[in-house]
Design a protein around this ligand. Structure first.
Ligand code: NAD
Ligand code: MG
Length: 396
């Protein structure tokens, strides 16, 4: 195949934030405002929070502003009270792709939640951008396609997810062939010390009460089921090209050790910092350089306890799905991810029980016709199918 010619991308300091109103999006805006010149926000998007989108637009003055849900945009701007800033207002889901491909953009921060961010992540990879990737679902669904696109375009992917950023940093201590395993840390979520019986009774408010991280609702529920860690095992498989048996998970309730790499000689290299996503976000932008960061720093004058516990797959069966899907690849990621997104939505709406989220995902994974080498169209068809199946099941 002929490589795509990328000759006119803007410098890396020209940044587009897809999903700018979310937890990662607003943290990126904050980091970038503190970074100052030459860093510049040139594009932003939001789905339904149009007032926040307009606020960010007037504070940062990007050329490209996109509202991906046109109905929300029309509703919010109907009375003429809200006037969107930015010279180029784009509407609809395709706007994400337009921004990701724009020659005015050098770096794309992929901070949309769910597979809704997959096509724009792929577009940024094809266009040879620096891809600062928070949207782990894009890799879970289409990791193979994203990697091929990056290889062809010469684009680069720097992980924003704190665990993968930690591994990316720790890997610099050795060669790829010297890696014995990587160890992803997990906070354990709000149900770390709950019994299986208690977890079965968990309500929406219980599941949204994360002990260490403040995040969007979907990833907060994923942390409670530990599906987030399963998705991260799959994400690690595509980022670091490792088989599932070389990807381990340990529970670390303080969320200070963000992950570790164990090398063949037994050395373990870890990255530590107080839990604050602005650090991995900033690193994904500035890599290979490091600059001062607005995040709190470690206080070595205080006593510090760091606990590590084995992960419990009996109480958190989502974890097994992670290793299984990472091993099988093909269509499995798209199916499990879409089933999980739909199940989380149904749980948040009170339509299914907490434990139904993971059992629903397992059922849909087993029911689907496995395709070892799915096309993009096939992945999108399976994404729709898995959601429909979960929604149908939820009303029964
Ligand atoms: P969030 O819910 O706070 O924000 C999501 C953003 O995506 C918003 O800007 C929203 O407008 C946009 N969005 C929602 N639905 C959309 C759609 N259908 N089309 C286009 N845009 C849409 O989510 P978040 O917590 O910031 O997470 C974003 C991504 O980053 C997720 O993939 C998550 O797994 C990952 N991540 C988040 C954290 C964290 O600390 N929040 C940490 C690691 C990874
Ligand atoms: Mg993470």
């Amino acid at each position: 195949m002929v490589p795509i010619q990328v000759s006119h991308n803007a410098p890396r300091t020209a940044v587009a934030i897809l999903g700018a109103t979310g937890s990662i999006g607003t943290a990126t805006v904050d980091v970038m405002q503190k970074m100052g010149e030459p860093w510049q926000i040139v594009g932003i998007s939001a789905h339904s929070r149009i007032a926040e989108l307009c606020e960010i637009a007037s504070a940062t003055n990007p050329q490209l502003v996109a509202a991906t849900c046109p109905t929300s945009f029309e509703k919010a701007t109907a009375g003429g009270v809200l006037t969107p800033a930015g010279s180029n207002m784009l509407l609809g889901p395709e706007a994400l792709i337009e921004i990701a491909e724009s020659a005015d953009v050098g770096t794309v921060v992929a901070a949309v939640v769910g597979s809704a961010g997959m096509l724009s992540t792929l577009a940024a990879a094809k266009a040879g951008k620096r891809l600062a990737l928070a949207n782990k679902e894009a890799l879970v669904v289409a990791g193979s396609l994203v990697n091929s696109a990056l290889a062809e375009s010469g684009g680069e992917l720097i992980p924003v997810d704190s665990e993968h950023s930690a591994i990316f940093q720790a890997l610099q201590a050795g060669q790829g062939r010297e890696v014995e395993r990587i160890v992803l840390t997990a906070s354990g979520g709000p149900f770390r010390s709950w019994t299986k019986r208690q977890i079965a009774q968990a309500g929406v408010e219980d599941a949204l009460a994360h002990p260490t991280w403040e995040m969007g609702r979907k990833i907060t529920i994923d942390s409670a089921t530990m599906m987030n860690k399963a998705l991260e095992v799959i994400e690690a498989r595509w980022l670091f090209d490792l088989p599932p048996e070389k990807i381990q998970v340990v529970v670390h309730p303080q969320s200070i050790i963000h992950s570790m790499v164990e090398f063949v000689d037994g050395s373990v290299v870890a990255q530590l910092s107080p839990p604050d996503m602005r650090l991995p976000i900033q690193y994904a932008l500035t890599y290979p350089e490091r600059i001062d960061c607005p995040c709190p720093k470690m206080d070595w004058s205080q006593a510090l306890q760091l606990d590590l516990e084995p992960a419990d797959t009996e109480r958190f069966p989502a974890l097994e799905l992670g290793w299984e899907v990472a091993g099988k690849g093909g269509s499995c990621g798209a199916v499990v991810n879409a089933a999980n997104e739909a199940a989380v939505e149904n749980f948040l709406q009170g339509k299914i029980k907490f434990t139904d989220i993971v059992s629903g995902c397992r059922r849909i994974l087993e029911e689907h016709h496995f395709d070892p080498n799915p096309s993009l169209d096939e992945l999108m068809r399976l994404d729709r199918w898995a959601r429909e199946e979960i929604n149908r099941w939820a009303v029964c």
